[in-house]
Ligand binder design. Structure first.
Ligand SMILES: NC(=O)c1ccc[n+]([C@@H]2O[C@H](COP(=O)([O-])OP(=O)(O)OC[C@H]3O[C@@H](n4cnc5c(N)ncnc54)[C@H](OP(=O)(O)O)[C@@H]3O)[C@@H](O)[C@H]2O)c1
Length: 273
């Protein structure tokens, strides 16, 4: 009975992880969300998911240590004290830095500080606590795989080569989270635990639905650069396509293949799009 613990399961890529992993009744799938009642309602109205008894929804704002601690304890009760996979998916795509280059944000210093603190708290601090709290369960698990959902925006080589200016604050905290993954890997590889950061690709989940025409033009410029970077890139993919590709990367990656502490795309390579 493989068990999965997925954060940010209420919508987007996280909800799709719940949908795909729970399609196998042998899997135990635990999703954490900020509003449990709303997610239970959403699942009860989802024709495909409503009858799946292997889905467990727990409530935890991942920036709240006590809530994470309770979620870890509830997970131990559900699984009997072990856990096979963590998918640290919860994240925030901030709109403050989504379009403009970092230097153009300089006239709003308070917002830079506020946004960076929120991003660091969510992508880095919360995941450090999450990994520490769940590590005893992972060490008792069979698969022993800890996956961080990262972003190709965190690749400094790609950023420098293609002058990728948007998402500066977001990308910096994802890069820091990748280093956290590498540090955990350095400690736990000897125990057989695979830590891996994976970019899900560019996925349509509605992040840019409120963009102004000028902001849409900026995104258009970015898409042009993406097409220069990768000839196979033809636009955002669906959560379904992304999760199915990331699941295959997770299934294939191993310490033996040299993936410990690595940062891979949904293709299982260093090509992000
Ligand atoms: N979409 C893309 O193109 C893309 C590309 C690269 C990487 N990613 C990464 O993929 C992951 C999933 O993003 P998505 O695209 O599916 O975005 P999304 O639709 O905005 O979903 C993000 C999820 O994270 C949850 N979350 C945020 N802060 C949280 C907190 N403090 N505590 C608990 N849950 C929290 C949200 O909860 P609520 O529902 O309560 O708000 C939401 O369920 C993120 O880590 C993102 O950075 C996405």
């Amino acid at each position: 009975m493989p068990s999965y613990f997925i954060t940010g399961a209420a919508r987007g890529i996280g909800y799709e992880f719940i949908r795909q992993y729970s399609s196998d009744p042998n899997n135990t799938v635990i999703g954490t969300v900020r509003d449990k009642a709303a997610t239970i309602k959403k699942i009860s109205e989802d024709a495909e998911l409503k009858s799946r008894s292997n889905i467990h929804i727990l409530e935890a704002d991942i920036t709240n240590y006590d809530a994470l601690k309770n979620a870890a304890a509830e997970t131990a009760t559900i699984t009997g004290g072990s856990l096979d996979y963590i998918i640290a998916n919860a994240g925030i795509v901030t709109m403050f830095d989504a379009y403009d280059p970092i230097g153009a944000l300089g006239d709003r210093p308070d917002e830079i500080t506020k946004t960076l603190r929120l991003l660091f708290e969510t992508h880095v601090i919360a995941n450090v606590h999450l990994f520490n709290l769940l590590m005893p369960l992972i060490l008792h698990g069979k698969a022993k795989k800890v996956i961080l959902i990262s972003s190709g925006f965190a690749d400094p080589v790609f950023t420098a080569e293609f002058d990728i200016t948007p998402g500066s604050l977001y990308a910096s905290t994802k890069a820091a989270a990748n280093m956290i993954v590498a540090k955990y890997s350095a400690q736990y590889k000897k125990d057989g635990v695979l830590f891996l950061a994976v970019c899900p690709g560019m996925v349509e989940v509605g992040h840019y639905k409120d963009a102004t025409p000028e902001q849409i033009a900026n995104v258009g410029g970015l898409v042009t650069k993406f097409k220069e970077y990768s000839t196979r890139f033809s636009g955002p993919i669906t959560p379904e396509e992304s999760v199915s590709a990331v699941r295959s990367v997770i299934a294939n990656a191993s310490i033996e293949k040299g993936n410990a502490g690595d940062f891979l795309s949904h293709f299982g390579t260093k090509t992000w799009l």
